[in-house]
Design a protein around this ligand. Structure first.
Ligand code: NAD
Length: 499
């Protein structure tokens, strides 16, 4: 059985805990590898070594650090197919979707090539007579990234790019479900010129996460995953005096106004609801058509599109719309929630429960489901299902529709489909959700903007990537400087204004 270990001090390092987690092939249900789970003392040793490496890396000029990122971009492009293949094999998403996962991470590394500009700081000439004042952005030291299974390339890249370009060392604790790609990224960064020890990839579970949260050397924690864990990590990290940004789960609503292009809306819903088997934090899981007529017409357009979806293993290439979900536990949880929808009175318009794929009977495949007449009290509405299940909640008016999205505890992404500029503008201004699409179903901001949800979808006050990431991974020091100028005023004992 293949064993996957850690990346410490510039090379693969065998774990010593004797504890392992299974890494599945989600298409067949077989265990294809075992990943080592680090002990607390292994994590602490990786941190101590990273702290030493950070001293030199933090003192390296920003342009040289940016050149490592530049080379890293070349290597990511060179190895794109290899990375996507490894990603699909452990995650189960289709090959083109896996390339998108790498690509969206790569774009953040491209953005990080501009780190020297983002780290320039501020300068005031002659803040007082003979006095200059300047603010520097300095790295924090050793920081940590804890990442989820659903984007095993993109999210580690979102974490490591800005953290490293800003001069920090990073401990990356990837998801134990699909750990291979983060290790490949670490090897590519070494090839790009990153000094040993500046990026340590430590595989593990709660034991290593808690070791991160309690290690006094680690200055900041960037987390992405489910909401209960996000909240736990935020609370424990901040209680220990660390900076933390923790992004959680989602329940993204798409409002379809009566004037929307319904074919466009239906196409968008199918892609955004079922792409990656619904295992995206920006997936649309709730469709909210406004008015009975809109709802009836939309359902009529959705049903044939959903029934046509092709579900299969990533090895089938472009011939598959989405693949299996990540684990058997995930599959069973989705099935359980679908059953609650039926039991609680929602109308199952497309029933994927009997889906089976010849030759892949033990794979974690879930057929597509469409529910109509879902109400806000149902479990399928309140809970993040994270599977290929789209719920339709019929709203009587625009106000009712926007109210639904605003009252939901999650606030990651949302979208409105309309031809009316006033409605779209009102929606974008009023909605209490972090990322908004107007006739765009998955409004993931590009690398030079920032990504982050509101409400229970995000804890902490700065977003991922874009300028916020450089604010998160640096701290400001402000220097007030006076050089001898020949002016001799004698001692000054009062706290006086610089005029
Ligand atoms: P998860 O919360 O189970 O795991 C995320 C990370 O936390 C992993 O590294 C895991 O090892 C660790 N972890 C799990 N349980 C832990 C515990 N009890 N104590 C300490 N650490 C623990 O999430 P997942 O299933 O890997 O990912 C899916 C979730 O991530 C979904 O809820 C999805 O919406 C969310 N997500 C959010 C965003 C966003 O930007 N808001 C992006 C992607 C995914």
């Amino acid at each position: 059985m293949k064993e996957i270990h850690h990346w410490i001090d510039g090379k693969e390092a065998e774990g010593g805990s004797g504890r392992f987690a299974d890494v599945f092939n989600p298409a067949t249900g077989e265990v294809q590898a075992k990943v080592a789970l680090a002990r607390k003392d292994e994590l602490d040793a990786a941190v101590a070594s990273a702290a030493k490496a950070q001293l030199g890396w933090g003192a390296t000029n920003p342009q040289r650090r940016a050149r490592v990122m530049m080379k890293f971009v070349d290597l990511l492009n060179r190895d794109m197919d290899k990375l996507a293949e490894a990603l699909s094999a452990e995650h189960g998403k289709t090959f083109p979707d896996a390339k998108g996962d790498v690509q969206r991470g790569l774009e953040v590394i491209e953005f990080c090539i501009g780190a020297p500009h983002l780290l320039k700081g501020e300068y005031t000439d002659s803040a007082g007579t003979g006095i200059d004042m300047y603010s520097m952005r300095q790295p924090l030291g050793v920081v940590a990234g804890i990442t989820p299974f659903n984007f095993p390339a993109m999210i580690p890249l979102w974490k490591m790019g800005p953290a490293l370009a800003a001069g920090n060392a990073m401990i990356l604790k990837p998801s134990e479900r699909d750990p291979s790609v983060p290790l490949m990224l670490a090897a590519l960064l070494k090839e790009a010129g990153l000094p040993d020890g500046v990026l340590q990839v430590v595989n593990g579970d709660k034991e290593s996460v808690d070791a991160i949260l309690d290690n006094p050397v680690i200055q900041a924690v960037g987390f992405v995953g489910s909401t209960p864990i996000a909240q736990y990590i935020y609370e424990r990290a901040t209680a220990n005096g660390k900076r933390a940004q923790c992004f959680g789960g989602a329940k993204n609503h798409m409002i379809i106004m009566p004037d929307a292009d319904l074919d466009q809306a239906a196409d968008a819903l199918v892609g955004a609801g079922f792409g990656a088997a619904g295992e995206r934090c920006m997936a649309i899981s709730v469709a909210v058509p406004v008015g009975e007529e809109t709802a009836d017409a939309l359902i009529e357009k959705l049903v044939p599109r959903i029934e046509k979806l092709k579900v299969g293993p990533y090895t089938a290439g472009d011939d598959v719309d989405y693949g299996p979900v990540v684990t058997k536990a995930a599959m069973e949880n989705i099935r359980r929630l679908v059953q609650t929808g039926i039991d609680q009175g929602a109308e199952l318009v497309v029933d994927g429960r009997d889906f089976a794929l010849q030759g892949y009977e033990d794979g974690f495949f879930v057929g597509p489901h469409l529910f109509d007449r879902v109400t806000p009290d149902m479990d399928i509405y309140r809970t993040e299902i994270f599977g290929p299940v789209l719920s339709t909640v019929r709203a009587g008016s625009y106000e009712e529709a926007i109210g639904l999205a605003m009252d939901h505890e999650y606030g990651n992404g949302t979208a409105i489909f309309t031809r009316d500029g006033d409605t779209a503008r009102d929606f974008a201004n009023r909605i209490n959700i972090g990322m908004v699409g107007i006739n765009v179903p998955i409004p993931v901001p590009l690398a030079y903007h920032t990504f982050g949800g509101w409400k229970k979808s995000g804890f902490g006050d700065l977003n991922q990537h874009g300028p916020d990431a450089f604010r998160f991974y640096t701290r400001t020091k402000t220097v007030t400087a006076r050089w001898p100028s020949g002016i001799k005023e004698g001692g000054e004992f009062n706290f006086k204004a610089m005029d």
